[in-house]
Design a protein around this ligand. Structure first.
Ligand SMILES: [Zn+2]
Length: 214
């Protein structure tokens, strides 16, 4: 049962604030992606999304792998919300680290997120980063640090045919972002220290980005 599986993995938070700060929420969603990524190092390209209802309740989820298909974060968050509160009321807001997909994707569970949100009448959509291959104009955060982080997440799966070069938090990667990412994670574990590897400049770059507060 999809909904039960989603509920088990989704992240719930209840807030009675009538208007949660959207950038603060995006920051939490970024943390959610990072935690998920660390638990599943072979699956890059996680997205996290949250539903905010008119009363300020927030239900969030990352994208999830379900029986060989990806349940995108927007769908996962909506399903988790419905499981918790019964039905999705009008005038909900969706906050997501990456703009909703609109293309056909064979490995995606269900319709595109653009169609899904349209079906639920959700027009209030706030993104950390807009997929540059889309022309739909979603509202994107003006917080550069969050945008950069969301772009880094997105770059790991948008594919190099769509992007001129891979980059990790703005630092170009030669092949993939694994060296940068490993250095970044290592620095975080060590209390945000700079890189000191004699073998891997990208490891050091990643660590230095973390140390610089990126
Ligand atoms: Zn999607």
């Amino acid at each position: 049962m999809l909904v039960n599986d989603l509920f088990a993995e989704s992240w719930l938070t209840e807030s009675k604030d009538s208007a949660p700060d959207l950038d603060q929420l995006l920051g939490k969603l970024c943390e959610l992606v990072i935690v998920k990524q660390k638990k599943n190092p072979k699956h890059y390209g996680y997205v996290a999304a949250a539903v905010i209802d008119p009363d300020g309740h927030v239900v969030a989820s990352t994208s999830l792998k379900h029986q060989g298909h990806w349940v995108h974060a927007e769908r996962a968050a909506i399903e988790a919300y419905k499981r918790k509160y019964g039905h999705l009321p009008d005038n909900c807001t969706i906050v997501t680290t990456l703009s909703p997909c609109s293309e056909r994707m064979d490995d995606r569970y269900g319709e595109s997120c653009e169609d899904l949100l349209d079906d639920y009448g959700i027009t209030d959509i706030y993104c950390g980063y807009q997929d540059p291959t889309q022309d739909s104009g979603y509202t994107v955060t003006s917080n550069e640090k969050i945008k950069e982080l969301c772009k880094a997440f997105a770059d790991t799966f948008l594919g190099d045919q769509q992007l001129d070069e891979l980059s990790f938090l703005g630092s170009p990667c030669t092949k993939d972002c694994s060296g940068h990412r490993a250095g970044y994670d290592w620095s975080a574990r060590k209390g945000n220290i700079t890189g000191n590897s004699p073998y891997s400049p990208s490891f050091n770059n990643g660590a230095n980005l973390r140390a610089a507060g990126k």
